[in-house]
Design a protein around this ligand. Structure first.
Ligand SMILES: NC(=O)c1ccc[n+]([C@@H]2O[C@H](COP(=O)([O-])OP(=O)(O)OC[C@H]3O[C@@H](n4cnc5c(N)ncnc54)[C@H](OP(=O)(O)O)[C@@H]3O)[C@@H](O)[C@H]2O)c1
Length: 327
């Protein structure tokens, strides 16, 4: 018997309940992983609230979470490349990472290098890999660009700040408080805009001497859409990679009016397969960490039983950087 967070209905943080669950032996192609840390991501809130579909089974409900690190304690038949005792992390697979132990498809597990601690790895799987695919695949940065990045002091954001600096990119980051602004700048964000009291588009035009930016990475969504469009150069790209403030609904005519803007709404799942590519992405991320160009540690920890508190903090914009649950 082990413990896991289960949901029997979607809704507010109170639907997250710690329950005793049975975890069996891994079947063909599977591995059983004992988690050391579980990462909390904004996407977990989309699933918890029902914005993203969650399969709730009668009597057992559903697990939550898709991002954790730990040790492999058993492997099923046919598993190659993953062995008992391996330190691993993952960001794909079925919901259910909010658990002490679970069975996972072995082909989503990413072996962790010796030089990267579990604490650091727990901030890298979803968040670091997101920075990788945004900056290196969705709108590949070459260095020398000035970009706008929303929620620069968030979980993905603090890694993005450092990755931008490593690439020689000038990042303008939005944040809601002065404390978050200072943290983003300490992580390599060249300019910060405190969105609670500054006009984002006006400040971006000032910083870029009227030119605007070639790309905006916008994970905030509804509240920042207009400002993001107003910051872009003609034929610039809006990467709408999240909807923390609500969904984006857009009339395509607006894209023409704002300068023939390219709009993409990327999802990790379309940039991470096949497995050798996922491992290459992880290797690039780990190389930055091992070389000290990206330094990342959780900024908030909660007990697994307090997952609801972690969700309240994240959706209440009370967190900075990465948040983890301790099983
Ligand atoms: N497309 C993908 O494949 C993909 C993958 C991973 C993550 N994401 C997205 O990337 C974003 C960042 O994820 P994360 O887990 O690292 O979260 P996070 O950035 O740590 O937290 C979200 C941040 O968004 C800002 N925010 C602005 N308006 C908000 C509102 N109305 N409610 C809540 N937050 C608001 C807050 O920062 P301030 O207080 O500074 O404004 C908050 O801290 C999320 O939107 C997530 O869905 C997308």
């Amino acid at each position: 018997m082990t413990q896991a967070i289960r949901l029997h209905e979607t809704g507010g943080p109170e639907v997250l309940r710690l329950e005793d669950v049975e975890v069996g032996d891994p079947g063909p192609g599977q591995a059983r992983v004992r988690h050391s840390l579980i990462a909390v991501n904004f996407i977990d809130i989309y699933f918890r609230t029902g914005r993203y579909p969650l399969a709730l089974h009668d009597g057992v409900g559903s697990g939550l979470g898709s991002d954790a690190v730990g040790v492999v304690e058993a492997v099923g038949p046919g598993v190659t490349g993953i062995r008992v005792g391996d330190r691993v992390g993952y960001l794909l697979g079925p919901q259910g990472a909010y658990a002490q132990v679970r069975v996972m498809p072995a082909d989503v597990l990413i072996p962790l290098p010796d030089g990267i601690s579990d604490r650091t790895a727990a901030t890298l799987m979803m968040k670091g890999m997101t920075a990788q695919y945004l900056f290196r695949q969705v709108y590949p940065l070459k260095g020398g660009e000035t970009i706008l990045y929303h929620a620069a002091a968030g979980g993905v954001g603090l890694i993005a700040c450092q990755w931008a600096r490593a690439l020689g990119v000038t990042m303008i980051g939005t944040v809601s408080t002065d404390e978050k602004a200072a943290l983003a700048r300490a992580n390599g964000c060249a300019h910060t805009i405190v969105s609670s009291r500054e006009n984002i588009a006006q400040r971006v035009r000032e910083i870029t001497e009227g030119k605007g930016v070639p790309v905006v990475y916008d994970s905030v969504g509804k509240d920042t859409l207009e400002a993001s469009l107003d910051c872009l150069q003609p034929r610039g790209t809006l990467v709408s990679n999240g909807t923390s403030s609500g969904s984006v609904v857009i009339d395509s005519q607006l894209l023409a009016a704002k300068g023939s803007i390219w709009l993409t709404r990327p999802a990790m799942v379309h940039y991470i397969h096949p497995r050798p590519h996922m491992l290459d992405m992880a290797r690039e991320l780990f190389d930055h960490v091992l070389a000290g160009r990206i330094v990342s540690e959780p900024q908030q920890s909660f007990a697994l039983a307090d997952a609801a508190e972690a969700h309240r903090a994240l959706e209440g914009r009370k967190t900075i950087g990465a948040t983890v649950l301790v099983p």
